[in-house]
Design a protein around this ligand. Structure first.
Ligand code: AMP
Ligand code: ZN
Length: 131
């Protein structure tokens, strides 16, 4: 059983932010920034690409409500919503989850940087839209 399934089953303690029949939100143990929260489906899916769209939709709907509460009540100035998908993207727990990372200022303890690459956009589009 994966570590998040063990948390969902109640076999490993967690700090619950939200729970219903389908979804659990807990404080991330790392607290990258204050209030760092993980929202996960109770059903084990390795990554969100494996989830039925309706279930993913409900997960994101709930994530929005929880993020609003976390940001407002902790007086954050914004947040990053992150889903690491597969090892190459930094996923370490193979039970899909959404990170809510409240942001307080540009020098808080997380930085996300988009580097530029010289790619032919038409060629990229062609590849994405092939059958
Ligand atoms: P990811 O790298 O996207 O797979 O994120 C996994 C996250 O789970 C990391 O941010 C960890 O800090 C967090 N984590 C791992 N174990 C626990 C735990 N027992 N309780 C709460 N968060 C955890
Ligand atoms: Zn699991």
């Amino acid at each position: 059983m994966c570590i998040f399934c063990s948390i969902i089953e109640g076999n490993i303690p967690s700090k619950k932010v939200y729970e219903d029949d389908e979804i659990l939100a807990i404080l991330d143990i790392s607290q990258t920034t204050k209030g760092h929260t993980l929202v996960m489906p109770k059903k084990h899916y390795e990554n969100f690409l494996e989830m039925p769209a309706e279930e993913f939709g409900r997960l994101m709907e709930k994530t929005k409500d929880i993020a609003a509460r976390v940001v407002n009540n902790l007086h954050a100035n914004g947040c990053n919503i992150l889903i690491n998908t597969n090892e190459v993207a930094g996923q370490t727990v193979m039970h899909t989850h959404v990170h809510i990372i409240p942001r307080y200022d540009e020098n808080d303890s997380i930085s996300i940087q988009f580097n530029e690459n010289k790619l032919d956009l038409d060629e990229v589009l062609k590849q994405i839209n092939q059958d």
